[in-house]
Structures are given as structure tokens and as C-alpha cells.
Design a protein around this ligand. Structure first.
Ligand SMILES: Cc1cc2nc3c(=O)[nH]c(=O)nc-3n(C[C@H](O)[C@H](O)[C@H](O)COP(=O)(O)O)c2cc1C
Length: 231
């Protein structure tokens, strides 16, 4: 699979087969992701890979923390739902409608069923492999950009191996649980989680399709002398 195909065929997977992912495949994917560009080749990322009994223990603790609402994260990946500005608020709502309404048949007002789906994040959606990505707290802003590149490379490399993934920022809502379980030092900022495995094509969530905006909505081409505004 070439890069274009991996990009076109990647989408977030929220239902996995129990099939184990061989350790050497996980290592191959991580090694490819480490080819990502980073500020002065600083490679600020660290990855915790959880499988087997370690994943079961972590999942139990995360679900318990979710049920008792013991939240706390290292940084605000996203604002609270009510603070999203337009046009992002509308796009977020459209995504929610596609996943909850379209794929799962759960209405906007059905908070209990929506929460039950959201809770599955903390079981890594049943994936055999979970990952937690951290970066050094200093220098922070650039390291977050680099971590984003790493995450995308990881997802594409996984796709090229026939694997599916879902980036999971929801996991960082329980950073104390992650820190305790995985012995993550305070100096490391917990950036994002990820599930990895072979996607279950029959899972209801596999029906969720997201759209993309046309280039004209986000690209400005500067190619004419008339537009030059400098001194
Ligand atoms: C950094 C990041 C964090 C995300 N966190 C979650 C998450 O916690 N749970 C989830 O179900 N999806 C999560 N997603 C997936 C997005 O919802 C998804 O990428 C977006 O809707 C576009 O759909 P696609 O990935 O299928 O193309 C996350 C994506 C990114 C890039």
C-alpha cells in the first residue's frame, strides 16, 4: 500500500476483532512512525504500549475512574462542548450526528446511550493493543506539533500493515490513572491515546463515514503580482 492509499483508507476504528497483533508488527509500525519529522530532530515522543494483563489492569482502572468521574488532564486538548466556536462547533455536531445518530442509531437526547458508547473509549474499543503517547514538558508547544506528526505517521504505518487505529484524546481525561499504571514521570506530558488492532467491519461504528471540506474552503493560493501588499 502506498502513502496515498493508506491516507485514503485510514479512518477511525471504534470496534476491533480480538485477533492479537504480532509484536514484530507493532515494532515495525512504531519504527516507521519514528521516521516522522520533528523540531531539530529532537524526537520528543515517548510511547507506552499496553497489551495482555497490563492492558486489562489499565482498562479496569480507567473504567472505574470514568464511573466515579475522577477526571484530570495535563493540558486542554479541546474546550468544553459549549465553548466551541463556529465553524468548528457545527462540524463537531455533524460528526456526532454521523457517529451517534447515523451509525449507532442513538438520538441527540439519549444521554445514557451516548455515554455508554463514550465509555468504550476506556476499553480501547476492544482493541488488543493500546498506546499512550507522551512528550517532554519542555519545550512544550513544539513538542505537541511533533507528537501530532508522530501520531499521523503511526496511523498510516498501521494502515499499511492492514491494521486499524483510533486516536483517543478522551484517554487523557484520566491522566492520574495513566501515570500511576504506566509509571509515567511528571516531567512527561500525556498527549493522546491510541487503539490499534484489526477492525471489525461488522461493528455498527464501522458505518460512520466522515466528510472533508473542499480545498477552496481552506487553501489560499498566492500566485499573482496584484496581491502583493508589502512595502
Ligand atoms: C488527536 C485526536 C484525538 C481523537 N480522540 C478521539 C477520541 O477520544 N475518541 C474517538 O472516538 N475519536 C477520537 N478521534 C477521532 C476523530 O473523531 C476522527 O479523526 C474524526 O472524526 C475524523 O474521522 P476519521 O478519523 O474517521 O477520518 C480523535 C482524533 C484525533 C486526531
Amino acid at each position: 500500500m502506498d502513502v496515498a492509499e493508506a491516507l485514503a483508507r485510514r479512518r477511525s476504528c471504534r470496534g476491533y476483532l480480538p485477533t492479537a497483533v504480532p509484536g514484530e508488527v507493532v515494532e515495525r509500525v512504531l519504527a516507521l512512525a519514528s521516521r516522522s519529522a520533528s523540531n531539530s530532530n529532537s524526537q520528543p515522543w515517548q510511547v507506552h504500549v499496553v497489551t495482555g494483563a497490563a492492558k486489562r489492569r489499565l482498562t479496569e482502572d480507567l473504567l472505574a475512574a470514568y464511573d466515579t468521574n475522577e477526571r484530570g488532564r495535563d493540558y486542554d486538548y479541546q474546550p468544553p462542548a459549549e465553548d466551541w466556536p463556529e465553524p468548528f462547533r457545527g462540524r463537531r455536531r455533524d460528526f456526532g450526528d454521523r457517529l451517534y445518530g447515523g451509525a449507532l442509531g442513538i438520538g441527540r437526547e439519549d444521554g445514557d446511550r451516548r455515554a455508554a458508547h463514550h465509555r468504550r473509549n476506556y476499553d480501547f474499543f476492544g482493541a488488543p493493543v493500546g498506546m499512550i503517547l507522551t512528550v517532554s514538558r519542555r519545550p512544550r508547544q513544539g513538542a505537541l506539533v511533533d507528537a501530532g506528526l508522530f501520531l499521523q505517521s503511526l496511523m498510516l504505518a498501521a494502515r499499511a500493515e492492514g491494521l486499524d487505529t483510533c486516536a483517543q484524546a478522551s484517554l487523557i481525561d484520566f491522566s492520574a490513572v495513566l501515570r500511576r499504571n504506566l509509571r509515567i514521570p511528571d516531567e512527561q506530558l500525556i498527549v493522546c491515546g491510541l487503539s490499534l488492532g484489526y477492525g471489525d467491519r461488522d461493528h455498527l461504528t464501522a458505518r460512520c463515514r466522515t466528510a472533508r471540506l473542499p480545498l477552496s474552503s481552506f487553501v489560499t493560493f498566492h500566485d499573482g503580482e496584484d496581491e502583493y501588499c508589502g512595502a
